[in-house]
Design a protein around this ligand. Structure first.
Ligand code: SAH
Length: 362
């Protein structure tokens, strides 16, 4: 894949005039492309060709589609565009391990993704919504409020445009950017299916992680629909009382119901669920919390990912190294794997929970 020139287009107008908006092909499934071709009275095989150009060759223009006749390319140009997003700014250079991408939607709003390199792994953290309705007290995205659900195309295009700019092939996707993926469930699943599609991007299902704050009915639906993507759940508290302190959603979906849904997932999935636990100084980092986690999770099939808090200028702070170590030492008795995630990109506000678009389209 070629590299995108890094430009600063923050003040440029939206990609198309919203009144005269063309339809973005990125994000369409093969079935949707087929019905578009039917509407144009074109044969079905054109849909397969388009699918390949969009998701395998990742072209930016219709003129690059070599097996499409010129008169059809012109028809396409009148009705469609390839990308629903435009890269407007990249923070961090391509030689750095972490870069943050700012995109503009056709409708003018902004959204962010983060690209992280670590050894052989290149991971993109994608957003599923602009802003977030969940209102976790410690998360920067919450301060934006909820603005909108991203479309399938706007989610998949983050992957496509970032892969074109990345010097290394993207090996993993995490739905841990802005928003709550399970409150935009259908589109997130369709986007993951497109990333996983054998005739397209072809990313293995276990290389795609969907992280949810714990929307219990959607976790059950996810299990029932037998999706094979990795599931991560933001626990962030060692008891119902502790969860409620920072996550108002715990009132609607209390810890006992969340644990039931986790057990339901474990009973049906070959892979363990990952539980994320943000360590906030003086709030979730006590030795006692670690003991409560052990009691809660020993005997359950899971992995625990401990994330020391990334500061966002609010009331919570990063725990001291000593507190982190004491907490982790207690967890040595765990019967489940425990990892500590040192967030990447905190210097450019690209760490977990630090994404919040501060600029708006001109
Ligand atoms: N809404 C989803 C995904 C977005 S946040 C979810 O809640 O899972 C991705 C992860 O970052 C979550 O586990 C969240 O708890 C964590 N997080 C949020 N703000 C953070 C911060 N400031 N520092 C560290 N982790 C944070």
């Amino acid at each position: 894949m070629s590299c995108l020139p890094i430009r600063d287009n923050r003040n440029s107008p939206p990609v198309t005039d919203p009144k005269d908006q063309k339809i973005a092909l990125m994000g369409m499934t093969l079935e949707q492309l087929t019905s578009q071709m039917n509407e144009l009275n074109e044969p079905t095989f054109r849909a397969n060709q388009l699918f390949g150009w969009l998701y395998r060759s990742c072209v930016d223009t219709f003129s690059e589609m070599r097996n499409i006749p010129n008169n059809l390319k012109q028809k396409f140009e009148k009705k469609f565009i390839v990308h629903p997003l435009e890269v407007v700014h990249v923070t961090g250079s391509s030689s750095e391990p972490t870069q943050k991408f700012l995109f503009k939607l056709q409708t003018g709003e902004m959204v962010e993704s983060v690209l992280m390199r670590d050894g052989d792994r290149t991971t993109i953290c994608v957003s599923s919504q602009i802003g977030c309705a969940v209102d976790c007290d410690f998360c920067a995205t919450a301060s934006m409020g909820f603005q909108k659900n991203l479309s399938v195309g706007e989610i998949v295009d983050q992957f496509i445009l970032v892969s074109k700019a990345s010097l290394t092939r993207i090996t993993n996707v995490v739905f841990m950017g802005m928003g709550e993926p399970f409150l935009n469930y259908d589109r997130v699943i369709t986007a993951a299916d497109l990333m996983n599609h054998q005739d397209g991007i072809k990313l293995g299902a276990q290389r795609i992680t969907i992280s949810t704050v714990g929307i219990v009915p959607k976790i059950k639906r996810y299990v029932e629909e037998k999706h094979r993507y990795k599931l991560a759940i933001s626990l962030n508290g060692s008891s119902q009382v502790s969860r409620l302190k920072t996550m108002p959603i715990a009132k609607k979906y209390p810890l006992d119901k969340l644990l039931e849904s986790i057990d339901y997932f474990s009973s049906r999935s070959r892979h363990p669920v990952t539980l994320e636990y943000v360590l906030m100084a003086g709030v979730t980092d006590a030795k006692e919390d670690a003991h409560k986690l052990l009691d809660m999770l020993n005997g359950r099939r899971c992995k625990l990912n401990v994330i020391p808090y990334n500061e966002i200028g609010g009331k919570y702070s990063h725990p001291s190294d000593e507190r982190i170590e004491t907490f982790i030492n207690v967890l040595e008795k765990a019967h489940f794997p425990v990892t500590v995630r040192r967030s990447k990109g905190t210097d450019i506000s690209a760490g977990c929970g630090q994404l919040a678009v501060m600029e708006s389209a001109a």
